[in-house]
Design a protein around this ligand. Structure first.
Ligand code: ATP
Ligand code: MG
Length: 427
């Protein structure tokens, strides 16, 4: 096994309860049970990673991960309702009622040569490179993510001064930042996400190499990149994250259209509103639709293309459909939004012109469309950002509230001409 040449080494600090302020009460029953069961069987076991970090900054953890020196097999034998997942490096999922706790064996410095991880047929072989807790800590990305909380002793094991960084509101990469970004360029995006989400400043040395190394993100597999961008957009701090991606020079090949959009006052307002809405929903624990989110990020480019095509004489709806496809294709060359979201995005976009039709049976049909709710919310964003007449948005809001007779009365007389859509030009 080849060891990473510059593996950072940490110096253990045991932080007692009085200094870290954590309490075992804040740990989920499931994670507590796992930790205690392992410890009682003579193993080391700690709550680790995001949960400890989030609790220390005063946020509620999303989920709980446990790190241990027990092997996956040993964990499975000790804990009921658990199963091993993953091929290269096995981890164990422990299922409690509505919660899954991920249990990972301390990892050592892996083999970095990808060829060594495949057998003679090229198939990925298991890469269960177990290590010591010190090695496990050194493999993690940021100091604040390398904290091990022992809920039984109520102490935090801190190898890289993560607790001090939390108190100083600083996000620091473990080891040499440039080396760590080269090992895994996604860490640059994680730096942006954690700093925005946790309100931590990027440490100077951690920040410095990002601009020069930004292009390395091009080598990251598309699906991983998409997952990471999605995490960023669904972090509850999307607005701050996107702003920071731009400051750090990281957005170019991810959402290249974003630059374009943000340069136009109306596009900027629209994105601003949509990210703020998303953030509010996430923070209130409400569901967020990924399709809706990307539909809004790409709306202004679609709109521009649509206007251009109409000006060139194409008909309203065909021009819209062509524009949708063209923009999705352009985007796919950069950050690949999985095709499974296409249908939702296209539906939301395609329903937009129908909000301007408020006569006859058409509003009733739109109301019954299965995607009405999403399309309506989207239309509200357009109105909020000044792209669409507020009166139309208000009309639709009222139209949904009132009874059948009042709806009839609200309808706009049939032959109201549409301005600027080129329809009147038809003989
Ligand atoms: P959250 O789940 O809130 O996004 P997290 O810190 O738990 O944050 P995960 O992606 O769940 O993030 O990873 C769990 C832990 O694994 C991290 O805290 C970190 O210690 C380590 N880790 C994750 N991704 C990397 C990476 N790319 N490089 C190094 N360590 C990583
Ligand atoms: Mg996590």
């Amino acid at each position: 096994m080849r060891r990473s040449a510059k593996a950072p080494t940490g110096k253990l600090r045991v932080v007692p309860g009085a200094q870290h302020g954590l309490h075992a009460d804040a740990i989920s029953a499931c994670a507590l049970r796992v930790t205690k069961t392992l410890q009682e069987a003579g193993f080391r076991a700690y709550i680790v990673g995001g949960a400890v970090r989030d609790l220390l900054v005063g946020n509620e953890p999303k989920d709980f991960d446990v790190a241990t020196n027990a092997t996956p097999d040993q964990v499975r034998r000790l804990i009921r309702r658990s199963r091993a997942i993953g091929r290269r490096f096995q981890i164990v999922h422990v299922m409690c009622h509505d919660e899954v706790v991920e249990v990972t064996t301390f990892r050592g410095p892996g083999r970095e040569d990808a060829q060594q991880q495949t057998d003679e047929h090229g198939r990925l072989t298991r890469d269960n490179v177990f290590g010591t807790i010190e090695e496990d800590a050194a493999r993690r990305d940021f100091t604040v993510n390398a904290l091990y909380y022992d809920p039984v002793k109520n102490e935090v094991l801190d190898y890289f001064d993560g607790v001090a960084d939390i108190h100083a509101k600083r996000l620091t990469m473990i080891g040499d930042p440039a080396t760590r970004y080269r090992e895994d360029p996604v860490r640059m995006l994680r730096a942006v996400r954690f700093s925005a989400k946790l309100g931590l400043d990027l440490d100077q040395a951690t920040r410095a190499p990002i601009r020069d190394l930004a292009d390395l993100l091009l080598n990251v597999p598309e699906s991983r990149l998409f997952d990471e961008i999605l995490k960023l957009l669904l972090s509850g701090h999307a607005h701050a994250c996107v702003a920071r991606l731009r400051t750090e020079g990281l957005h170019h090949d991810l959402l290249p259209l974003l630059d374009l959009i943000l340069d136009q006052p109306q596009g900027e307002r629209f994105i601003h509103q949509s990210l703020e809405n998303t953030d509010t929903r996430v923070r209130d624990g409400k569901p967020v639709s990924t399709g809706f989110l990307f539909a809004s990020l790409l709306w202004h480019p679609v709109l521009d293309e649509w206007k251009r095509r109409q000006a060139a004489g194409e008909k309203l709806m065909p021009a819209l459909f062509e524009s949708m496809s063209a923009i999705l294709e352009t985007q796919r060359k950069k950050l690949a939004i999985p095709r499974r979201y296409d249908a939702v995005m296209k539906e939301i976009w395609a329903l937009q012109p129908r909000f301007e039709q408020r006569s006859g049976q058409r509003p009733f049909r739109l109301l019954e469309h299965p995607r009405f709710r999403a399309a309506y919310d989207f239309m509200l964003l357009r109105a909020d950002s000044g792209e669409l007449d507020e009166a139309i948005a208000d009309w639709w809001t009222d139209f949904q509230k009132v009874g059948p007779e009042e709806r009839e009365a609200m309808l706009v007389p049939e032959e109201k001409p549409k301005r600027g859509r080129g329809r009147r030009r038809r003989p």
